[in-house]
Design a protein around this ligand. Structure first.
Ligand code: NAI
Ligand code: MG
Length: 358
């Protein structure tokens, strides 16, 4: 079967970095068909919508999406539905992409990039599994109303609803347990069960699902403690699973532990293993068009694409090994450059990964 991959470069550095990932995917000589479509501000300029129906259709009919980034300051004054960022939300929603996987890996050669002491972070390799479509971000009712009780009765109040359905927790739990099983058999579920009903419910279901994974050691941690432990002793973690709100914050915190946003891939999966794969960073308009952006986060996203949506783990391993090799050779784009290493452009970094692959 030929795998279909939708290639959506988007805005800013999107095209430059996706081009390099496409070269890498092509070089592997797998049975894949790549098809490109506009998304984000580029699509708005061309077709009047950040997620044109033709792009959404292509994405839905593909096994996976390789995504660059969307957004640019020049679209800031557009009404919200025309903003580039709506493209990601639209893809998540229309394709049911509920599981966000964000590895935070600190390659030994880049240990100085972290603001934490090398002994605390060197060799860090953790995976945050964040639920992406539920929680207080989407719960209803929400809005502004007149308070009916309490100390501020009669005043206007803003409110949101935190909620998780059983199915939502079970399916993210399964993704996390499967991931933990493939790694080191350690899973930490992060919640706020001492205060929140939603969290106690979440915790009870995690414990229930854990019965099907006797080989995975499940632990629980309150989110405030998890935020502390992530900077105190991040290597104590292996896989972390958490809800949408806590995951939003913790995954950004974990990204900063590595100090190199240009190195971090991400995946968003649905129940049929379709996925959207993108670097964790944005469209970096400040450096767009200069051939200096780091393409490795996108190349590593392509590796995740092969591993999670195409079941091509061996090919994914090859890409990750090639990335380790180019770092070991001392090649660095500007964002990770330090004295004694060799500064290369976006396309030269792509060249080096291709060479390491062959
Ligand atoms: P950003 O991640 O685009 O950039 C932050 C800083 O990191 C900038 O100095 C940038 O030059 C640098 N940087 C980012 N990626 C890099 C790479 N691969 N190589 C070297 N340096 C890199 O975040 P920012 O500036 O807050 O947002 C810019 C635009 O991106 C906004 O329109 C924002 O909405 C959008 N954005 C899009 C995302 C997506 O498409 N998923 C995610 C985050 C932001
Ligand atoms: Mg965030």
């Amino acid at each position: 079967m030929t795998y279909k991959i939708a290639v959506l470069p988007g805005d800013g550095i999107g095209k430059e970095i996706v081009d390099q990932a496409v070269r890498v995917l092509t070089a592997l000589k797998l049975d894949i068909a790549l098809e490109e479509a506009p998304v984000g501000g580029a699509a708005y300029d061309q077709l009047g919508h950040p997620l044109p129906p033709s792009t959404l259709e292509l994405a839905k009919n593909s096994n996976a999406i390789l995504f660059g980034a969307v957004g640019d300051w020049k679209y800031d004054s557009l009404p919200r539905e025309h903003r580039p960022e709506q493209a990601i939300l639209g893809l998540r929603k229309n394709m049911g992409l509920f599981a966000n996987l964000r590895p935070a890996i600190l390659y030994p050669q880049l240990a100085n990039a972290s603001s934490l002491k090398p002994e605390v972070v060197s060799g860090l390799d953790i995976l945050i599994v964040r639920e992406l479509t539920g929680d207080i971000y989407f719960g209803t009712p929400r809005g502004v109303r007149t308070a009916e009780d309490g100390a501020f009765k009669g005043e206007q109040e803003g409110f949101d609803t935190m909620r998780y359905a059983e199915t939502e927790v079970r399916r993210i739990a399964r993704i996390a347990f499967e991931a933990a099983r493939k790694r080191n058999g350690k899973l930490c579920s992060v919640d706020k069960a001492n205060v929140l009903e939603t969290s106690q419910f979440w915790r009870d279901i995690m414990i229930d699902v854990s019965k099907q994974y006797p080989d995975v050691a499940l632990t629980h941690m309150y989110v405030d403690n998890a935020a502390m432990q992530l900077v105190r002793a991040p290597k104590e973690f292996d896989v972390i699973v958490t809800g949408n709100l806590f995951g939003d914050i913790l995954s950004d915190e974990a990204a900063m532990l590595t100090g190199s946003i240009g190195m971090l891939p991400s995946a968003s999966l649905n129940a049929s293993n379709q996925g959207l794969y993108e670097p964790s960073h944005g469209s970096a308009p400040d450096i767009a068009g200069k051939n200096i952006a780091n393409p490795l986060a996108t190349i590593l996203s392509a590796a995740m694409l092969l591993r999670y949506s195409l079941n091509e783990s061996a090919a994914a391993d090859k890409i990750e090994e090639a990335v380790r090799q180019v770092l070991a050779q001392g090649l660095r784009t500007a964002d990770i450059y330090e004295e004694g290493t060799e500064k290369v452009s976006t396309s030269q970094m792509g060249d080096a990964v291709l060479k390491a692959l062959s």
